[in-house]
Design a protein around this ligand. Structure first.
Ligand SMILES: [Fe+2]
Ligand SMILES: [Fe+2]
Length: 363
């Protein structure tokens, strides 16, 4: 009886919501009237609506590198006294970091462009994500180049006023390197959209073989603790990039036709010419450089070496580069991809032409 009174009381106090809906629509009636959306292929929407996983290994690698485990701003920059070096040693080292940045500082823009290309091609989720992580890593490598140059020559490489002849030679060389970096970007950004993923990754593979080889050797040779630490982390990142390329190529290379295989052969020659700029010495086929460039670079490298940066001698560099190339060759041989002739370092193979407008190597 008491409940009934309570219910009656509540009923007398009910307030209706501001909107009262009538009958709910019948889903079958709505379905009868739907109009198909326009074809999403044209104009193409590159944003993902599918998360396909053809290569599970890629997601494993991506999971391992969500946190790269280091950060350029947390390296112990303050622990080394750069003032203990002579000005020419500092200039020589800053010069080498500037040379490196033609390659490593191209990384963020170049890989970001490749990542967008993977979206345009509707590549599987793992490829998109791995490109993202490589872009992030390259941003860290670029930052290390910048921090090293600032620590050695504040305002450098272009805004540092050298007091020595070697310093003036360094600045001129850097300007020429930067000019060539612009030519590389021009070639790359126009070429990338013409190549399918297997061709791109074969080129990227070469860059990663080159960079992991270079940083491992620098890590071993340098006597400056902060640089040793930086090289260790960068080498580990590059090793991961190499694993990404290998995971993708393992599936793609067996499906190539003869024309695609030949394109890879040509791109290896292009990669060799471009990457020799830092792994060895710059060949004229791509590098537009004045006659003073190489003699000045050799003097600068000597100065950097005397300060402890760990640049290999020309002979050791040649052997190191050759070793990297043999690794690359061993990876591609089982898939019937012919290797180009690289007479500069004594490697026999197919003679192929070089076109600076079609290069897609990456570091
Ligand atoms: Fe890098
Ligand atoms: Fe890399």
């Amino acid at each position: 009886m008491a409940n009934e009174t309570l219910a009656h009381d509540l009923d007398s106090k009910l307030i209706l919501p501001p909107t009262i809906y009538g009958d709910m629509p019948n889903p079958d009636h709505i379905l009868r009237d739907v109009i198909s959306a326009p074809d999403i292929a044209k104009p193409m929407n590159i944003f993902p609506i599918e998360w396909n996983h053809k290569t599970p290994r890629l997601l494993e690698i991506y999971d391992q590198c969500r946190d790269p485990g280091w950060s350029p701003n947390k390296l112990p920059w303050g622990e080394f006294d750069f003032d203990s070096l002579t000005e020419d040693q500092r200039i020589g080292m800053a010069y080498w970091w500037s040379l490196l940045s033609v390659f490593d500082a191209s990384g963020p823009a170049v890989f970001a462009r490749a990542m967008i290309h993977a979206y345009e091609l509707k590549e599987e989720d793992g490829i998109r994500k791995c490109f993202f992580s490589v872009t992030r890593d390259e941003m860290n490598h670029e930052e290390v180049c910048g921090r090293a140059i600032q620590a050695l020559t504040p305002g450098g490489p272009l805004g540092y006023e050298p007091t020595t002849t070697l310093g003036k030679l360094a600045r001129n060389n850097v300007q020429w390197l930067y000019h060539n970096g612009a030519r590389y970007w021009d070639g790359y950004k126009n070429a990338i959209e013409h190549y399918p993923i297997p061709i791109l990754f074969s080129s990227f593979l070469f860059g990663e073989v080159a960079s992991s080889t270079l940083f491992l050797s620098m890590q071993e040779e340098t006597t400056i603790p902060i640089f040793k630490e930086a090289f260790k982390h960068i080498a580990r990142d590059e090793g991961r990039h190499l694993s990404i390329c290998l995971a993708i190529l393992k599936n793609l290379l067996p499906e190539l036709d003869e024309e695609e295989k030949m394109t890879i052969t040509k791109q290896i020659r292009a990669g060799f010419i471009f990457l020799s700029g830092v792994l060895f010495e710059p060949p004229q086929e791509f590098w537009h450089l004045p006659d003073t460039f190489l003699p000045a670079q050799r003097l600068l490298e000597d100065a950097a070496r005397s300060g402890g940066l760990g640049i290999l001698s020309l002979e050791k560099r040649k052997a190191n580069w050759r070793h990297a190339i043999v690794r690359m060759k061993a990876t591609l041989d089982p898939f019937g991809i012919k290797f180009p002739a690289l007479p500069e370092i004594g490697v026999d193979g197919e003679t192929v032409e070089f076109d600076a407008d079609k290069i897609i190597p990456i570091f």
